[in-house]
Write a protein that binds this ligand. Structure first.
Ligand code: CMP
Length: 235
């Protein structure tokens, strides 16, 4: 990949979107390229953190392992996102594992370089704070969802978010996106693979989605059918 492409990709990283070309070149000169394979562990929970990562391409999962060995996926991050900043900011060990869901292209920035960028550029500092606030909001929403919604509703909410983030709209207004393996989906919505399989089947039977291999097509009237199911069940 040439320098120009890398600069373009770096500009696509949200926290650097307001940074000048010259400054991006300088940031790039401090970054180390890292290409990871699918399933590769990039960050391990409890390890000391010395650097943070910018995602130029690909998708990763942020996960924890519960006492019973079950994986809990806290979030999935993709092109334009960053991770590994928490332990640099608070000096504590890594808060979670970060594992590649697809082969991914990353840039690695050392603790000193990351902290000096934040301290010297208010746009970068502001953008980092904005992302951390958004992650806290998402975590709050997930806690609420886990405590008040059934698996079907949590799965519906997750599919709607995936469609919004990585979906492609079709002529009839439905949206197609590539789904993760069902075991990962179960770890995201806080359920078992079997329950997720049943919920997906119910969505298909109700005409809310069409499944085709790894693709999910979310029908245009998905939300309306979801509300109808709610009325049926809860009055
Ligand atoms: P760090 O603790 O250094 O290493 C693990 C990283 O996972 C962490 O920094 C964050 O970048 C990321 N992370 C942890 N929790 C969440 C979350 N709830 N949502 C998104 N990313 C997270």
């Amino acid at each position: 990949m040439n320098q120009k492409n890398k600069i373009d990709l770096l500009r696509g990283v949200y926290i650097f979107s307001e940074v000048s070309e010259k400054h991006l070149e300088e940031i790039l000169s401090h970054c180390k390229e890292k290409n990871v394979n699918k399933h590769e562990v990039i960050v391990s929970e409890n390890e000391k953190g010395d650097s943070m990562y910018l995602i130029l391409d690909g998708e990763v999962k942020v996960s924890l392992v519960a006492e019973d060995g079950k994986e809990i996926i806290l979030s999935t991050l993709r092109k334009g996102d960053f991770f590994g900043e928490m332990s640099l900011l608070d000096g504590e060990p890594r808060s979670a594992n970060v594992i590649a869901l697809t082969s991914s292209d990353l840039l690695e920035l050392s603790r000193n370089d990351f902290l000096s960028e934040i301290l010297s550029n208010k746009h970068i500092a502001g953008a980092v704070l904005k992302v951390l606030s958004r992650r806290l909001r998402e975590a709050n929403e997930r806690i609420l969802g886990l405590m008040s919604k059934d698996v079907f509703d949590r799965l519906a909410e997750y599919f709607q978010k995936e469609a919004r983030i990585k979906g492609r709209e079709l002529i009839d207004g439905s949206v197609v996106f590539e789904r993760l393996p069902q075991s990962d989906i179960a770890s995201i919505v806080g359920s078992s693979r079997e329950t997720v399989t049943r919920a997906i089947k119910e969505m298909v039977d109700r005409g809310m989605i069409i499944t085709s291999g790894k693709q999910i097509i979310l029908k245009k009237n998905f939300q309306q059918l979801l509300i109808e199911r709610h009325k049926e069940r809860y009055g």
